[in-house]
Design a protein around this ligand. Structure first.
Ligand SMILES: Nc1ncnc2c1ncn2[C@@H]1O[C@H](COP(=O)(O)OP(=O)(O)OP(=O)(O)O)[C@@H](O)[C@H]1O
Ligand SMILES: [Mg+2]
Length: 264
């Protein structure tokens, strides 16, 4: 049965979608069965995976609000990952589910109905702490927190930790934090190195993944080309971090250790 990870950070543009997709492809490349779940109405993950969000008839919105079985919306791409896609319809879900029973557990139900088919489920969440993110946290075994190496990211992480603690207390007592994944790291700047240190001192209870994702324009190019970053003709510094993280997750899946994690 799959381990379910959510990549969460309410700060926008920290690399959640980029990390979800490239980590998913890296896992598929080492033989894992991977399901990606786009839980962001922007549909960035759906686009990156090669689909036109606005041309899809049915999306995760239909599973959430209309009880459409996930098999009906599931798509696969040439890089070996399956996807439950999203588009702008998803922005209505929060509003339409206001009075729905167990509205925080809708994603849990959807994922549980397919998780036996996979080794890993990776959920990309939107940059807010609303109902969709709470659904994702309720459904997950572990949270990976991508943090861009700049000061405001560190501040935002505190709010996320509060929400995670709340979800743990009410909806999902088994939820763990796998670790902080530093993204957009520029080793040439003092600021980048200082932020890494700050992450360690500010969040001593959390692991900081040691393979930081370097800043590279190739990530934006890869999203535009809708090809994982590993496809770039020139080796991308930073891509390796996703390969390493994939290997760590596979080890963790066997319950050996996940980046030497301390449990939150
Ligand atoms: N390591 C990196 N180096 C440079 N640019 C990157 C890196 N990772 C991602 N990017 C770029 O930064 C932008 C934001 O990344 P991404 O969409 O993955 O963030 P996000 O956290 O999912 O954003 P949102 O909160 O809007 O969903 C994109 O243009 C992406 O291509
Ligand atoms: Mg995103």
């Amino acid at each position: 049965m799959a381990t379910v990870f959510v990549l969460a950070n309410q700060k926008g543009g920290v690399g959640k979608t980029t990390s979800t997709y490239n980590l998913g492809v890296a896992l598929a490349d080492i033989g894992q069965k991977v399901l990606l779940v786009d839980l962001d109405p922007q549909g960035g993950l759906t686009f990156y995976a090669g689909f036109e969000p606005e041309e899809l008839g049915k999306t995760i919105y239909h599973c959430l609000v209309r009880n459409t079985p996930p098999e009906e919306i599931l798509v696969s791409n040439e890089y070996g990952v399956d996807l439950l896609p999203a588009n702008i319809d998803l922005s209505l879900a929060e509003f339409e589910l206001v009075n729905a029973p167990a509205r925080e557990r809708r994603i849990t139900r959807i994922i549980n109905s397919v998780r036996d088919n996979y080794d890993f489920v990776l959920i990309d969440s939107q940059p807010s702490l609303g109902l969709l993110t709470i659904n994702a946290l309720a459904a997950a075994d572990e949270v990976i927190i991508p943090v861009s190496c700049e000061f405001l990211s560190v501040r935002g992480t505190r709010a996320l930790l509060k929400l995670i603690a709340k979800v743990k207390g009410s909806l999902n007592s088994k939820l763990k934090i796998a670790g902080l994944l530093p993204t957009m790291f520029d080793s040439r700047t003092l600021h980048g190195r200082e932020i890494l240190q700050l992450l360690e001192t500010e969040f001593p209870q959390l692991s900081v993944f040691s393979h930081t994702v370097a800043r590279s324009i190739r990530f934006a190019e890869s999203a535009r080309a809708r090809a994982p970053v590993f496809e770039a003709k020139i080796q991308v510094p930073g891509a390796l971090a996703y390969r390493e993280l994939a290997r760590e997750l596979v080890k963790g899946n066997n319950r050996i250790s996940l980046f030497g994690r301390k449990v939150f």
